[in-house]
Design a protein around this ligand. Structure first.
Ligand code: 2IT
Length: 448
């Protein structure tokens, strides 16, 4: 039988040819809200979903820069300001060679619901460029960031849009973008971007916030199952900011991280990845080579498995923290075969829709990315409020607020799932809770 949402999915497919990632996210989100539309015919009548699936604005721009050899390079930059019903646009900037409109649309759409779940006043956006920071010198990265901001600055601002980092964009890149934003706007109040270095009006703890938040979410999920994180073995992917913060907080909760990965393969360290081994993630990242193999040379307890993903390693908990489409069906089968107790997404869109369904059908509780990794953007919103109030927020305050926000997100997702007859299905619950918040605001704002 045809669902109400199928017509909207068809519109997205037709209007965005060659953008499978965008279609996948729309199918995932809208697939969850069918029961909401049945209960609220007024949303169908007011064309709310038709409006929701069309970005308010997609900005595409040229980013010219000169490399260290004096050669002119040209990249393409994007900012998709998808929905501002709940507040100024907010979302990361991604620099990666595979950035194209489909990825930006998909991440910006996802960001609407993630931001709504935080309960903070932020709309959804995403941006980026098809620029590969790997192998570039600091001077090249700085020139690129300055050129990128020279166009972007006219589209952003404290009450309009505040970009932050994402894949390929960390404190260094945000620092360069902030410096350029300051020059162009002649204001130095910390507005423009978030995820700034702490020395430059950034928020204490923003870098690790996404990872810490993931573990706080997971903790709520595990405890709702009358279980504990203590002593659980964990496998993650990646060694960037998200993986690093996740590893730190797992150690604090007494869980045992035994494997992580990079694009070159994975590391197995059954002794446990703790303390200085976790901090070594920073060295791996700073090497600019984007490989994890050196970990096995430095720590004798570790083994490196070239060209392999870590999902075949037996553990209690799996947390993909690297990138989109990291866990496809064959990996999901391994995770189920390993009798995983929990699966929690850390990165954005790390699991294909069929793989996620397979894991859920096996009875494994799943934490969806838009709920579990929302701690990062939540702390970005706290950074905005810190800059507006001109009062620094302490690390302890950030930690307490972050825990409370993640608990709220868990409860909102669990309650929405229960209310719509899908008890325990946090994927549906997160989509429904996020959608309801946005739908209510869009409704009172009229047809805009
Ligand atoms: O995916 C994400 O939530 C982010 N990249 C962070 C966005 C933000 O504005 O902090």
């Amino acid at each position: 039988m045809a669902r109400i949402v199928d017509q909207y999915i068809e519109i997205v497919k037709k209007r965005n040819p060659g953008e499978p990632e965008f279609v996948q996210t729309v199918e995932e989100v809208l697939g969850s809200i069918e029961p909401v539309l049945k209960k609220h015919p007024e949303y169908v009548k007011s064309g709310l979903v038709e409006r929701l699936i069309e970005p308010e604005r997609m900005i595409t721009f040229r980013v010219p820069w000169v490399d260290d050899k004096g050669k002119v390079q040209v990249n393409r930059g994007y900012r998709c300001q998808f929905n501002s019903a709940l507040g100024p646009y907010k979302g990361g900037i991604r620099f990666a060679p595979n950035v194209y409109p489909g990825i930006i649309h998909c991440l910006a759409f996802e960001q609407i619901f993630k931001n709504a779940l935080t309960g903070l006043p932020i709309g959804g956006a995403k941006g980026g460029a098809d620029f590969d920071p790997n192998g570039k010198s600091d001077a090249e990265i700085m020139r690129f960031c300055q050129s990128f901001m020279t166009e972007l600055y006219r589209h952003i601002g404290a009450n309009i849009d505040s970009p932050a980092g994402d894949l390929g964009v960390g404190g260094k890149e945000i620092g360069y973008m902030y410096g350029q934003y300051k020059r162009l706007t002649a204001s130095c109040d910390g507005s423009g971007v978030t995820g700034k270095p702490v020395s430059s009006l950034g928020l204490n703890g923003r870098t690790e916030a996404t990872g810490h938040g993931i573990v706080f979410f997971l903790k709520n999920m595990v405890e709702a199952n009358k279980d504990t994180l203590k002593g659980k073995t964990v496998v993650i992917s990646g060694f960037g900011n998200v993986a690093w913060g996740t590893a730190q907080q797992l150690e604090k909760e007494g869980a045992k991280l035994i494997a992580f990965s990079g694009p070159d393969g994975y590391i197995l360290d059954e002794e446990g990845i703790t303390g200085k081994k976790v901090e070594y993630f920073l060295d791996l990242r700073n090497s600019g080579k984007n490989i994890c193999e050196p970990y096995a040379k430095k720590f004798k307890s570790a083994k490196f498995f070239k060209g392999k993903k870590p999902w075949g390693v037996k553990a209690d908990i799996y947390i993909p923290c690297a990138m989109q489409n990291d866990v496809l069906m064959e990996s999901a089968k391994l995770i189920v075969k390993n009798k995983a107790k929990y699966y929690c997404e850390g990165a954005n869109m790390p699991t294909s829709n069929d793989a996620l369904e397979f894991i859920q059908k096996a009875g494994i509780p799943v934490g969806p990315a838009k709920a579990a990794n929302a701690g990062g953007v939540a702390c970005s919103a706290i950074e905005m409020s810190q800059n507006a109030r001109k009062m620094p927020v302490s690390r302890e305050e950030v930690d307490t607020m972050l825990y409370d926000i993640m608990k709220h997100i868990y409860e909102a997702s669990a309650n929405a799932a229960k209310e719509y007859g899908k008890k325990g299905n946090l994927v549906m619950g997160a989509n429904i809770a996020g959608f309801l918040a946005v739908a209510e605001a869009m409704t009172v704002q009229g047809i805009v």
